[in-house]
Design a protein around this ligand. Structure first.
Ligand SMILES: Nc1ncnc2c1ncn2[C@@H]1O[C@H](COP(=O)(O)OP(=O)(O)OP(=O)(O)O)[C@@H](O)[C@H]1O
Ligand SMILES: [Mg+2]
Length: 371
């Protein structure tokens, strides 16, 4: 029986759980029309919290409603890709004569008669982002739908392209066009750019933090795909898997995949399978999540994290500061940096805790190896 779970970044899970409200908010924004706050939305969350698959999910919902979707990642040249590939491709599906009629208003007039799509496309590309969106949203008015643009991995590195996109989206919103924008990124990347002057519409965008998923949701995310794929699991084994996943979406898939593959031909997933599956999943978590997450932090950030790892639960800032042997002001600067990097969060006044599951254990192991 084939494994329903895949622990791969960006790969949609067999069952997406715990995000119904966020998806519903997006659908309402589409229904509510131009001017609805959710027409500009941002998803943030730690590595592996499910940002990319949420974009996949809402893209699916938009398509079901007949919306056209431009799905991009904020790497170098994304505006170019939108204007030379995505939008021309979407325009190609329309009556070329209709596209040509719209375009003549925005670029040099095309000679009528015997015009192939290639010659029209040259004009489409030349029209640029703003005009292409205008042509496309005009054409879509007859279909009662619009365009959704999604942008994953938003980061300050692409600030120039982001500004161009922002200006266009803002303009389209002002004109009441049927356009929606949904972006995703780590909180640090997002807060860097929402403070940019040109990107004011992003500051007003609806923000959703994709956090951990509740126990009962994690249970469903295991049980339903297991049963749909033709196997069974008892409550003790299920409970072991749920404990192991710790509410964290990526780990959920990792535990599922590792547990399943132990005895894929057996009808029942046993408690032993679940225990071994969790053990294997946690061993992989270090290379797949912790190490990449720690690769950008400075030596002092790391010292802060190591100081926290000595506690079994949330740490007080007083203890961290003492263990680091620094002044309070200094420690609190690092606290802010690590919160922005989504490695830690504040649990209550004066306390911090790790945001990634098993990061504490990972750091302790590292400390043991180092010493
Ligand atoms: N709500 C969910 N329910 C079940 N599985 C989920 C959920 N969200 C994400 N996953 C699974 O978790 C894994 C990570 O998801 P995804 O790649 O979307 O994370 P991400 O936040 O985009 O990570 P990164 O910051 O590295 O880009 C995938 O295997 C995905 O199938
Ligand atoms: Mg992602």
């Amino acid at each position: 029986m084939s494994n329903p779970f895949h622990a791969s970044f960006g790969v949609s899970p067999p069952l997406l759980v715990g995000r119904e409200q966020v998806i519903q908010d997006f659908e309402e924004a589409l229904e509510d029309g131009p001017g609805s706050a959710g027409r500009a939305t941002l998803y943030t969350g730690a590595r592996g919290s499910g940002k990319t698959v949420m974009l996949n999910a809402i893209e699916g919902r938009a398509r079901e409603r007949g919306w056209l979707v431009v799905s991009e990642t904020a790497t170098a040249g994304f505006i170019d890709r939108i204007t030379t590939q995505h939008l021309p491709r979407l325009l190609r599906d329309f009556d070329p004569a209709a596209v040509r009629r719209r375009l003549t208003g925005v670029t040099a007039p095309l000679r009528i008669g015997g015009v192939t799509w290639e010659t029209i496309e040259a004009h489409v590309i030349q029209a640029g982002l703003r005009n292409q969106i205008e042509v496309l949203t005009d054409l879509l008015v007859d279909h009662d739908t619009g365009i959704l643009i999604t942008l994953d991995e938003i980061h300050r590195n692409q600030i120039a392209d982001l500004r161009e996109l922002a200006t266009t989206v803002q303009h389209a919103f002002r004109e009441g066009r049927e356009l929606a924008f949904v972006g995703a990124g780590l909180a640090a990347g997002i807060s860097d750019i929402v403070n940019d002057d040109v990107l004011t519409f992003l500051r007003r965008a609806e923000r959703h933090t994709l956090g951990t998923v509740s126990r009962s949701e994690v249970e469903r995310a295991f049980r339903e795909p297991i049963e749909a794929a033709g196997r069974k699991i008892g409550s003790a084994a299920l409970s072991t898997m749920v404990d192991g996943a710790d509410g964290y979406p990526f780990l959920l898939q990792l535990v599922g995949a590792q547990t399943w593959r132990l005895h894929p031909q057996e009808q029942v997933i046993t408690e032993d399978d679940a225990t071994e599956g969790v053990r294997r999943a946690l061993r992989r978590l270090g290379t797949l999540v912790h190490e990449p997450a720690l690769s950008d932090v400075s030596a002092i950030d790391k010292m802060f994290l190591m100081a926290m790892a000595r506690d079994d639960g949330p740490s007080t800032m007083g203890d961290v500061q003492r263990r680091m042997d620094v002044v309070a002001n200094y420690a609190s600067q690092y606290r802010l940096r690590l919160i922005a990097a989504e490695l830690i969060h504040s649990t209550r006044r004066g306390y911090v805790d790790f945001s990634l599951p098993y990061l504490r254990e990972h750091l302790r192991e590292q400390a043991a190896v180092d010493s």
